[in-house]
Design a protein around this ligand. Structure first.
Ligand code: GLN
Length: 493
């Protein structure tokens, strides 16, 4: 097996046994990027020199026989909304095309502490708004399983990179599904932790009450390892909680005996691809045979999900994105005769259509007179959705559903239809509204050979239980038998 195909856990063991050097691992991943990224297009920026320097530092510590952190020497990538000193951070927007942050976000600091080499920054939907990576101002990313299809979004570059072996793991952001949906489309694992578990300090905000950071990995074990490295309270983010971080790898047990698994009936209604539905049910049957108890539950306010999300997310985005006015950083229009016009032209010229649509909708929802009718109302309904989950978790330990209604679709197929695009987040948004942990693990493949994801949600701070069930599902499905076949540079697959 090639080094770039291996997991963080496997590579960590190989490094510790001195079977391979960190430089060799990093070079293998950099070479992989060179050979397949011309077709996948997962990276906006690569940082080979940074990666090599970190790998050399790891090797010299290994040579001195020093203990290393679990992710030392494991090459990774970051979505391009994570601030990285000296490395441009564009949010895939013309607005920040040349923006180079003077500071690091907390999670990148933590990964540098782990000595994990940074391969580069991943393509995404502009400012994380979208579900297909087609709203990137620069270029779309392609799904490694079928280059004519989207990788999902908005962390589509990150999921595609991990699936294609162009990074061993990545960090993404998830406001309404942006870690889990691309993970499902690309056949990898994506975990959105509980709100407050992982610091967002230094990560460009979209909707502050919904934004989360989490790992995109090849396996559930790797997700636990990365969560161990990034979780915890941070004085730089007042929404993080002071609560002990357990060792998440201690939950990786292939055992679901006595666990109550809830199936939210609203998530299995119309719109769900029949092949995926059958696949998820088959896995649930296997969990039952392994000793789990299956119960049907209801989330009666599920039908309000989209309406609440688009109001809350847009309102918060209109306020967060007000800072891009051409004055302090980023793009500035040079065509304006005065300051007022400069603001207008800057925002008009440098934001894409999807971002403008959200800002308009959000500003409208917040103006005096509308606030009570829209934003406040949406927050009230959000509370009802939170209560639905609280009630459901009285009856079960975790909830299982499909991650998405369909597998990855063709590029261009939904980009002109915002409603169709929005519907692809139907099953992922509720966990953001309720602030609870949710993971997408590979659930299987369609007859066409496209991967799909199985989602497991748990109560707040129940990441351990969620990982335990995910680990069991991973063993049952055994999806890593298959790999995407990619044409290497200049050749065919
Ligand atoms: N697709 C959703 C949106 O466009 C979610 C995006 C996200 O989670 N960042 O808002």
């Amino acid at each position: 097996m090639s080094l770039f195909d291996r997991t963080a856990h496997e590579l960590g063991e190989m490094l510790r046994r001195r079977e391979v050097s960190a430089v060799e691992v990093t070079e293998a991943v950099l070479k992989r990027v060179e050979s397949v990224d011309p077709v996948v297009k997962a990276y906006l920026t690569t940082t080979p020199e940074l990666a090599r320097a970190m790998a050399r530092a790891v090797d010299s510590r290994l040579q001195r026989g020093e203990e290393l952190p679990p992710l030392a020497g494991i090459p990774m990538g970051l979505k391009d909304n994570f601030s990285t000193t000296g490395v441009r951070t564009t949010c895939a927007s013309k607005m920040l095309e040349h923006y180079v942050p003077p500071f690091d976000c907390t999670v990148y600091q933590k990964l540098m502490h782990q000595m994990s080499p940074l391969i580069g920054k991943h393509n995404m939907d502009e400012f994380a708004m979208g579900s297909s990576t087609e709203t990137s101002a620069f270029f779309p990313t392609h799904n490694p399983w079928d280059l004519e299809r989207v990788p999902g979004g908005s962390s589509g570059g990150s999921a595609a990179a991990v699936a294609a072996g162009e990074a061993i793991f990545a960090l993404g952001t998830d406001t309404g599904g942006s870690i889990r949906q691309p993970a499902a489309f690309c056949g990898v694992v994506g975990l959105k932790p509980t709100y407050g578990r992982v610091s967002r300090s230094g990560v460009v905000p979209f909707a502050s009450s919904l934004d989360h950071i989490g790992p995109i990995t090849k396996t559930v074990t790797d997700a636990a390892l990365v969560l161990n490295a990034i979780a915890g309270h941070d004085p730089g983010d007042s929404t993080t909680v002071k609560r002990e971080v357990p060792d998440y790898t201690s939950f990786l047990k292939d055992d679901v005996r006595g666990l109550r698994i809830g199936l939210p009936q609203e998530f299995f209604a119309e719109g769900l691809d029949p092949e995926i539905k059958e696949g998820i049910f088959a896995t649930v049957k296997q969990l039952e045979a392994a000793g789990a108890q299956v119960v049907e539950v209801s989330l009666p306010h599920a039908q309000a999900t989209e309406a609440v999300y688009y109001l809350v997310a847009s309102a918060e985005c209109s306020s967060n994105l007000a800072r891009y006015d051409g004055v302090r950083f980023g793009y500035r229009s040079s065509t304006a005769p005065d300051v007022q016009t400069m603001y207008k032209h800057t925002r008009g010229e440098a934001f894409g259509l999807m971002v403008k649509r959200r800002i308009l909708l959000g500003t409208y929802a917040l103006i005096t007179g509308n606030y009570d009718v829209y934003y406040r109302k949406a927050m009230q309904v959000r509370t009802l959705i939170v209560r639905d989950f609280e009630r459901a978790f009285e009856q079960c330990d975790v909830l299982i559903s499909s991650t998405t209604p369909t597998p990855a679709y063709k590029m261009g197929e939904k980009s002109k239809d915002p409603v169709a695009l929005a519907l692809s987040d139907l099953f992922t948004i509720p966990a953001n509204l309720a602030a609870i942990p949710a993971i997408s693990v590979p659930g299987g493949y369609t007859k066409e050979g496209l991967p799909y994801g199985l989602q497991i949600m748990g109560p707040a701070f129940g990441e351990g239980r969620v990982l335990q069930v995910a680990y069991t599902v991973e063993k049952l499905v055994d999806a890593r038998q298959r790999k995407p076949e990619l044409p290497e540079k200049g050749g065919v697959a």
